[in-house]
Ligand binder design. Sequence first.
Ligand SMILES: Cc1cc2nc3c(=O)[nH]c(=O)nc-3n(C[C@H](O)[C@H](O)[C@H](O)COP(=O)(O)OP(=O)(O)OC[C@H]3O[C@@H](n4cnc5c(N)ncnc54)[C@H](O)[C@@H]3O)c2cc1C
Length: 355
Amino acid sequence: MSLETSDVDVLIVGSGVSGLFLSNFLSKLNVDFILIDSLKDPINRIRDTGLVSENFVNLFPKAKDFAIKSYRSANFYLGKDSFEVFARRGNYYLLDRVALNKHLLESAEKYGEVSFGERLERINGYAITNYRKIRYKVIVDATGPYSYVRKLYDLESNKDFVIGIEIHTEDLLADGIHIFLDKKYSKEHFLWIVGLDGYSKVGIMDKGLNMRKFLKIIRDFGIYDYSLIYSHVIKRREEKVLAYKNFISVGESTGYLKKFSLGGILVSYIQAYFASLVIKGYLEKGIPLERYNKIIKDYFYVRSFPDFVRKAMKKKAIFNILKVLNANKIVSYFDLDFYIPFYRIKSIRVFESDL
Ligand SMILES: Cc1cc2nc3c(=O)[nH]c(=O)nc-3n(C[C@H](O)[C@H](O)[C@H](O)COP(=O)(O)OP(=O)(O)OC[C@H]3O[C@@H](n4cnc5c(N)ncnc54)[C@H](O)[C@@H]3O)c2cc1C
């Protein structure tokens, strides 16, 4: 029996926060897309805590409508030989992520096709899912830490994996921290704790792909209510292929994840924004998708410096972005201090393509 075949400009694989943001940006640019997710209900399956900084709300003011709580600072506890606490000042919001996802889904459905329970299985000229073939011009990897599409394209080279667990607990905070402090752990392990009065989540991660060792640590800690997560980190200055021919990746599949996963929502938003512009440029003007590599690299690179250096570099980076996108109009300010601890980040202007 031959499979049904669909034709589309953009196939987005993965309906996590990055796939949803991208579908919304593409809708605004009138780009035809199909959004698929192997889960039957990805909207209710949220991986993150939902904590975002003021910066995210500045970029996406609608987010405030979904805020459940706000905080004046966020604390992170990082396990090392000596226990360290990072407090990041500024406003933070805890979002009702299910409500936000529903909102994003509703607007995506108005413009494109959304199909849940549909899993990408192979790429063979077409994308082959569990029930049809999809012929696409651009395929987007929004599959999260597994980077599934990247693997099919044989672009997975990053061996630097982080295995992590998330521990669910109602009343963690100070008491819960002792779970970790009282036990021995080596330098390679670190943990993060997001204390949210009753919404607490704790994560402990282990650099290096040694599952057996990792599970032993968990057992030693006496932790039973947990779920495993896997992510990869991209080392600073390491170059990773984020776009190649008709492949492009957004969100966690890009590997731009720091050990604190907090910030993923903001990064997903920024990458989806850039990706939507580049995709539109590719479809309409033949601008190579590979330019996205440069945009993302410039964007994140410029942020890894302290303010005074960044100021000098900013001009050049902006010029590059402008050149790549053929841009002529300033549309927004992007700010991102989550990703660069210790430095206070000022805004950087980004440009929209003159599409
Ligand atoms: C414990 C934890 C807490 C976090 N807390 C925060 C926080 O407070 N704030 C913050 O900003 N970030 C947080 N993060 C980070 C944030 O969750 C991620 O950065 C974000 O979810 C990445 O979204 P994504 O869309 O790239 O990937 P995902 O959300 O993983 O979505 C990927 C989707 O792709 C689908 N998929 C995979 N393979 C296929 C396939 N073959 N076919 C079809 N579909 C497929 C999956 O079903 C999934 O729905 C946290 C992460 C963790 C693990």
